[in-house]
Design a protein around this ligand. Structure first.
Ligand SMILES: NC(=O)N[C@@H](CC(=O)O)C(=O)O
Length: 431
């Protein structure tokens, strides 16, 4: 492990209220100094970050790593390599694998493979129900003992309110969040894209906003009843924002995330039947995007999470209705989000906050101080170039999932170096 001195960059660390030209030193895998003059004497490898931005490593609350069971789509090794390329130094792995992560043995398996093969930190999430079937509770207490950071049946909702209530009671006792895939199945069933004009034009069945909103309303009611911590995944509609804002005003322990694709793409992306734009929840409308941005600005939404959902080319190369939902998102997240900065819709420090301190607070349980370059914290850091233009070439993704609707598109904003625990885990070949 080297000691690094990163000089001349714009240091943005929202948790410490830092946004300015500062140098930063890292020694023995930890942040050791931030300042403008001479750093403490050490044997440093110097990185020149002139015209670049230096931020804490990003934290992704929502990543599908696919291992065990779907290694043709992604593995812990390729998924974490993709994370490193995207600037993520901590990722939370979703349990919709095969077998699903619903007991201690599967949690141990993910942790064991990660300890050998992951290039960034992997925090496993355990299922709410056994096999994600929505019938009986998974081994929540056992998985808490094995170190999961929360519970989710993501990919599927928990259809029964009674089971969800029971899950919340247990999760509250274990002081872990329920990480909620909000979808009322009877409304969403058979749906392919957002219910609206584009679905009508394409002759595809729609998924109405209300599929998300009715489930959010139910689970807010259950969280009130049980006192559980509720984290809402991939929020996509204006109506959902209204519900979350009202519930938060009422003092509920509620947090929410939004994805880069829901912040930047609309349902029109599905014109032409591009299965790479098929995602759950579906891409919606400009009015929804405006509401999602407003919710980031006023704190209604706590974090930006990728919902990185890699699939093989074979999976996606089929009729629209037969294609699985999902976008491979880790490697385009930063470049996509920078569109919001370049168009003046969101300031860079706020984007950084929602990728670092925001998700750290959602995690809680000792992670509150992660997502910051405080002296003494692990040296998890990203150097990015907000002005670098690049073409999305999915063939070059570290992820096995080449399923990106942004393929061939020009993005402005690129991760240049990612340092995890004091080691460079990604470096662009630009110098
Ligand atoms: N978000 C997605 O579009 N896909 C997710 C699961 C899900 O449907 O939420 C996946 O695991 O592929």
């Amino acid at each position: 492990m080297k000691n690094f001195l990163i000089k001349g960059g714009r240091l943005v660390d929202p948790a410490q209220g830092i946004d300015g030209k500062f140098d930063i030193a890292m020694a023995d895998g930890k942040v050791s100094w931030i300042g403008a003059g001479e750093p403490p004497k050490n044997d440093y490898t110097v990185i020149d970050a002139t015209n670049l931005t230096v931020t804490p490593g990003f934290i992704d609350l929502h990543t599908h790593l696919r291992q065990p069971g779907f290694e043709e789509k992604e593995t812990i090794s390729t998924g974490t390599a993709a994370a490193a390329r995207g600037g993520f130094t901590t990722i939370c792995s979703m349990p919709n694998t095969n077998p699903a992560v619903d007991n201690r043995a599967t949690v141990d398996y993910v942790k064991c493979v990660a300890s050998r093969e992951a290039v960034v930190r992997v925090l496993p999430i355990g299922c709410i129900s056994k096999g994600r079937r929505g019938e009986t509770l998974a081994e929540l207490g056992e998985m808490a003992g094995a170190g999961v950071i929360g519970f989710s049946d993501d990919g599927s909702p928990v259809p029964g309110a009674r089971l969800m209530k029971q899950a919340m009671e247990y999760a509250a006792g274990l002081n872990l969040p329920i990480i909620d895939h909000c979808e009322e199945p009877s409304l969403a069933e058979g749906g392919q894209i957002n219910e609206g004009i584009v679905a009508t034009r394409l002759g595809l069945a729609g998924i109405p906003n209300a599929a998300e909103e009715t489930m959010i309303a139910r689970d807010i009611a259950l969280a009130k009843l049980t006192g559980a911590r509720l984290h809402l995944c991939h929020i996509s509609s204006k109506g959902s924002i209204d519900l979350i804002r009202a519930a938060k005003t009422g003092g509920l322990k509620l947090t929410a995330e939004v994805t880069p694709h829901h912040l930047t793409l609309t349902e029109e992306r599905c014109l032409g039947y591009d299965t790479n734009a098929k995602v759950n929840p579906p891409l919606r409308t400009y009015a929804d995007i405006e509401a999602l941005i407003g919710a980031l600005l006023d704190g209604t939404i706590d974090a930006i999470a990728t919902d990185h959902a890699p699939h093989t080319e074979n999976d996606k190369c089929c009729e629209f209705a037969l294609a699985p939902f999902g976008i491979s998102g880790l490697e385009t997240a930063f470049g996509s989000l920078m569109k919001l900065v370049h168009s003046g819709k969101m300031p860079l420090p706020l984007i950084v906050e929602k990728l670092t301190a925001g998700p750290a607070r959602v995690l809680g349980n000792g992670f509150e101080t992660a997502g910051s370059l405080k002296v003494g914290n692990p040296a998890d850091l990203v150097i990015s170039d907000p002005a670098a233009e690049w073409i999305v070439e999915t063939a070059k993704f570290a992820s096995k999932g080449k399923n990106s609707p942004l393929a061939g598109e020009k993005l402005k904003g690129k991760v240049i170096v990612t340092i995890y625990n004091g080691n460079i885990v990604h470096e662009e070949d630009i110098r």
